[in-house]
Write a protein that binds this ligand. Structure first.
Ligand SMILES: NC(=O)c1ccc[n+]([C@@H]2O[C@H](COP(=O)([O-])OP(=O)(O)OC[C@H]3O[C@@H](n4cnc5c(N)ncnc54)[C@H](O)[C@@H]3O)[C@@H](O)[C@H]2O)c1
Length: 254
């Protein structure tokens, strides 16, 4: 497909999982990709994969929780490729983070991308912004066993709060920037087989529980999110603005 020929995409979290698959997919459809990740080696790895496949890519180290670094990534993308038509605010973290860090990366990081990215696009002919939310941005998460109140993790709810925030920000920026030719949408993946969920899937019983949450009775693949990101980035989605699209095998249909 050649839907993204002459487009330039900045993708955060491009070093792994959904971000890497999306970078490869958008490159295969013709876009030049700035692979941004806090893990610079991983970002470099994605850029090399794209170049080896005949695509165009560069990398930049970015911590999305640092506003100046997000601004710099946008500036560098424009400097390197002559503009920025697509911004995929995808970087995120799951368990093991404090409330503050989880919200700083998963929500404030998306906000920085939206704030600076939408402004740039509005002044430069429009563009497309995609945010990675989650089914956790639409419903609360369930576990296989009831949580004892004394065992609550200090950051319980932070991921769900952050992802619900991403859904809200997506609507707000779509409303504010639609008139300037900037479309803003989000994707809400179900459980996807990426490094992020490796620990959750490590034990067979736990994996079966996760699978059981999806009516399609399987987990998703990163490529199944990447194809939706490429669609939303393309003119095939030219009148889609402000939605959060579940890509979850029916997880949120129940
Ligand atoms: N895997 C799933 O089941 C699933 C489900 C729903 C939503 N998501 C969301 O999808 C997105 C991608 O997740 P994934 O599954 O590909 O995970 P992943 O761990 O494979 O990749 C995440 C990437 O983000 C990078 N990253 C982490 N913190 C960063 C920061 N502060 N600044 C820049 N980059 C940073 C990591 O280095 C990594 O390369 C996340 O927003 C995640 O919350 C994942």
């Amino acid at each position: 497909m050649t839907r993204l020929v002459d487009k330039v995409a900045l993708i955060t979290g491009a070093g792994s999982g959904i971000g890497r698959a999306s970078a490869q997919r958008m490159a295969a459809e013709g876009a030049a990709i700035m692979c941004a990740d806090v893990d610079t080696q991983a970002a470099e790895g994605t850029a090399v994969l794209i170049e080896n496949a005949g695509g165009k890519a560069q990398m930049i180290g970015v911590d999305v929780a640092q506003e100046e670094q997000v601004k710099e990534a946008i500036r560098k993308t424009c400097e390197s490729f002559g503009g920025m038509n697509i911004l995929f605010n995808n970087a995120g973290v799951a368990g093991g983070y404090s409330w503050h860090d989880c919200v700083a990366i998963n929500l404030t990081g998306v906000f920085y991308g939206l704030f600076h990215g939408a402004k740039y696009m509005a002044k430069n002919g429009g563009g497309v912004i995609i945010n990675t939310a989650s089914v956790a941005g639409l419903v609360g998460l369930t576990g296989p066993v009831a949580v004892d109140p004394d065992d609550l993790e200090p950051a319980t709810g932070a991921y769900v709060a952050a992802k619900h925030g991403v859904v809200g920000l997506t609507k707000q920026y779509a409303v504010n920037f639609g008139r300037y030719g900037v479309r803003v949408n989000a994707i809400a993946p179900g459980y996807i087989e990426t490094p992020m969920t490796a620990d959750l899937r490590a034990e067979e019983e736990a994996e079966h529980y996760l699978i059981s949450l999806h009516p399609m009775q399987r987990l998703g693949q990163a490529q199944e999110i990447a194809s939706v990101a490429a669609f939303l980035a393309s003119d095939d989605a030219s009148f889609i603005n402000g939605i959060t699209l579940p890509v979850d095998g029916g997880y949120t249909a129940r």
